[in-house]
Design a protein around this ligand. Sequence first.
Ligand SMILES: [Zn+2]
Ligand SMILES: [Zn+2]
Length: 296
Amino acid sequence: MNSAIPDKDDVLNGELVYEGDRVFIYRLADCLYFRKANLLERGQCNGVYIVGGGAVAAVDIPTMEAAVEMENEIRMLFGLPLRYIFLTHPHKDHIDGIGHFLGSSVTFIVSSLLASELSRSYRGKNKALFMGIDRDALLYLGDTEIRVFTSGYTMHSPYDLFVHLPKEKALCTGDCVVEPWILYYHSADVKNWIAGLRQIGRQSYRLVLPGHGPVFGPDVIGKTADFLQSLYDLAGRSIDELAPGERCDLDASTIDRITDRIFCRPEAALIKQNGGAEAERQFRMVFRRRLYEFLK
Ligand SMILES: [Zn+2]
Ligand SMILES: [Zn+2]
């Protein structure tokens, strides 16, 4: 794939305990299971199951089809009810299955901003509880300790929620850390995203459970920040070099022309190497956003 971000490591993935329709569930600890799913073919982000106190908590519910699959998986693997759902952020591939649970007694644990938006969106149609997290909370599911936190600012999205199991040294990142080709920026603030990853990376982890891709080791956090920094810096340098006429022209063909020009240069090599076939798309998104901020 690339040299800067580690490839799939089977040791990190633990023991395979279930295989379904392009879904693989790995047992990482007694209380922790990783549900590796397929975005391109099935529209599903990864999921996580946390077990404790005679109940199960899940991270993200990507589609209505996945919601049914996840209920069945939980019944089969644990014989326990699904009581809690953490939502890392409300992009379609992470929350499209929540409708399946709105008539039930499930508690959704989400950022405060998302709790208020979801409660407004589903007013009158919802029996579930939306619990909003502002910054940091410590929860216990039986003996399983779970720390949930938000950065307090926009990283991948304004709603990012992280789920951390301190004893297992595991961190669920949503889309703030994913395989590099899938990094997406349409509701991101790249500068904050980098700062947030640097801050989060100070904690000691053993396992990083991303929204897409395989389980990673902790070095992926710093490497993702480095990759974002290289995109951000190249976008900044490119803006400095723009001709005056280009600085006020944000149409798509201008952005494409500038991207073509920049991507011939040696300084784009690392970005191409990390972002693969998606590198230009990523540069265009970050460049457009920086240019927009520059022109404000
Ligand atoms: Zn996603
Ligand atoms: Zn996302």
